[in-house]
Design a protein around this ligand. Sequence first.
Ligand code: NDP
Length: 281
Amino acid sequence: MSAKIIDGKAISANVKEQVKAEVERDKLDIGLAVVIVGDDPASRVYVNNKKKACEFCGIKSYEYALPAETSEEQLLELVDTLNADKKVNGILVQLPLPDHINEKKIIERISRDKDVDAFHESNVGRIMIGNFAFLPCTPAGCMELIHSTGIDVSGKNCVVIGRSNIVGKPMAMLLLHENGTVTICHSKTKNLAEVCAAADILVAAVGRANFVTADMVKEGAVVIDVGINRLENGKLCGDVKFDEVSEKAGYITPVPGGVGPMTIAMLMRNTVTAWRIQNEK
Ligand code: NDP
């Protein structure tokens, strides 16, 4: 059996079209501030892609590119300024930040109504209890990809590999909210291959190239590959060994062209939500 490829590029383009149409229809004047500190090349690429998506959707983007030596105090001051700025509806601080800046402190300073990444503790807590305004972008993108298969999550055996605060844990929560039976695996999990092989829906968010092999995948499973790993030859690859797993899975996301573009599309959706929270309460 050969898996159907879940086309994240096409699905994300559709989400962005919907956002653009909504912005045009309601004549929304929306602004997203994107803050980048230092010159990490991967972060630069992500920021540029986010700016391009804003342009497409008719959302104004305000970029703040700060030098690596920026102090924590200066960054906090910028966040305060953006929190107070009515033109700015969403604030995104590109991670990782340089080591001398406490990421947690910066994220907690962002107004929770402008926290379009949904990283603020209060938004994380709201995801936990199911009363959320913003969905965390990457897990929300994964859910859209799963929905695109037409498979109902309810009652399915779902396995998430990875328990980070930005991907693994919120991913597990979203699957649970849709009544999946969810197992979270991590570096201490015993019999990982066996646990994964029982999954109807398998989400890999490990950060290790080709980690998920065909023996870890159930015949016909939905496999969502969140991983972005750069190989020595400069090519990008996911956490899933695509060639062999695609022979066994029912549906699979490619890397690139799977989860990555969805993350940005969901950010656009969250930015519109932020505008509505700030203007319609
Ligand atoms: P983290 O490094 O924060 O988390 C990785 C998780 O994988 C940890 O929970 C870790 O377990 C687990 N893990 C590591 N090694 C093993 C192992 N041998 N067996 C089982 N579990 C293991 O990464 P992120 O969650 O931030 O990101 C994961 C991947 O997703 C990365 O490749 C990242 O680049 C990518 N990513 C992609 C995005 C996109 O838009 N497509 C967005 C965000 C991330 P433990 O907790 O025990 O250490």
